[in-house]
Design a protein around this ligand. Structure first.
Ligand code: ZN
Length: 309
């Protein structure tokens, strides 16, 4: 593989757009990497948060809808999205989250300290203390000092009734290897990818099904280059009988989608062209960006979008 396998981005559904923005930028200190619209519903936003450069593996995106009904976590859905923080920053984050009214619980998983919390839509978020990552760059202009800033995605945890077939897709198609288990959770790692390199499968047996809505993850995107994506599409069809959608141009990446056997919606996104394709790095996320076919309708679209100020 010429690319690093692993998670490209996680996309979720949220309620009020401004509340979502205030939490991820104002409390978690992520960079607002792209402000655009839902390409399938241009009267609503699509927000992208990430690190300073918006590199694959750091991206969490939302479709925020003012009147979205709450979702419910269940099988066939992502249970939690975890981010990496430096080990020495746990005290800082405990304090910060209390001060912002989102207190975290502390636990240990796979030998690492984990802070678990809920976002304003009750979506499950975790911050995992990772040793030895202090020198990785954190966003230098965020609301959190760079030394304590989030360093990309740690794990996406998927809740499935039975892990067998989902695990086969991870290991046979997407470049992951089983690396350990703890209770009902089995962990998979993508090569030596540090950022966005882990998927946990939480086997729940006969548990209720998830219901999409505010606070639930819509899909998990994995990364590839153009050739890698084509090879994955072929492998899915030939070895697993799974057909993907045709490739869709998302302006910042080109994607195919498929429902994995455990019920979770997966995407395979190309690493290129990335978020600097339509605006320079130093002003990422400031202007509303529209796909070319919507540009003639900018005035109407802007008038319909909720006010963020
Ligand atoms: Zn996506």
């Amino acid at each position: 593989m010429m690319f690093k396998p692993g998670i490209h981005h996680v996309t979720a559904i949220a309620g009020a757009p401004k509340r979502n923005l205030d939490f991820y930028v104002g409390v978690l200190g992520m960079r607002f990497v792209k402000k655009t619209v839902n390409f399938d519903d241009p009267g609503t936003y699509h927000f992208y948060y990430g690190d300073e450069t918006g590199q694959p593996g750091t991206i969490l995106t939302f479709f925020p809808w003012d009147h979205a009904a709450p979702g419910r976590v269940g099988v066939g859905e992502t249970e939690e999205t975890a981010f990496r923080i430096p080990e020495a920053s746990v005290g800082y984050w405990m304090h910060r989250l209390i001060m912002h009214g989102a207190p975290a619980k502390r636990e240990v998983r796979f030998g690492e300290s984990v802070l678990t919390l809920r976002d304003p839509d009750r979506m499950r978020i975790a911050l995992v203390a990772v040793p030895g990552i202090e020198a990785e760059p954190g966003w230098s202009d965020g609301t959190v000092p760079a030394e304590h800033a989030i360093r990309g995605v740690h794990t996406a945890s998927l809740l499935v009734a039975d892990k067998t077939k989902t695990a086969a897709i991870l290991t046979d198609v997407l470049g992951f290897t089983e690396v350990g288990s703890e209770g009902a959770v089995t962990r998979y790692r993508a090569g030596d990818t540090a950022i966005g390199g882990l998927i946990d499968l939480h086997e729940a047996g006969e548990f209720f099904k998830g219901r999409p809505g505010a606070g639930s993850v819509h899909h998990i995107a994995f990364r590839a280059d153009e050739e890698g994506q084509a090879a994955m599409v072929q492998r899915l069809a030939e070895a697993h009988g799974i057909r993907t959608t045709p490739q869709v141009d998302r302006d910042y990446f080109r994607s195919v989608y498929f429902r994995e056997p455990g019920g979770v919606l997966f995407e395979i996104a190309t690493e290129d062209p990335g978020f600097t394709v339509d605006e320079p790095l130093d002003v990422l996320g400031q202007a509303l960006k529209l796909p070319k076919n919507y540009e003639p309708h900018r005035a109407e679209i802007e008038a319909r979008l909720p006010v963020l100020a």
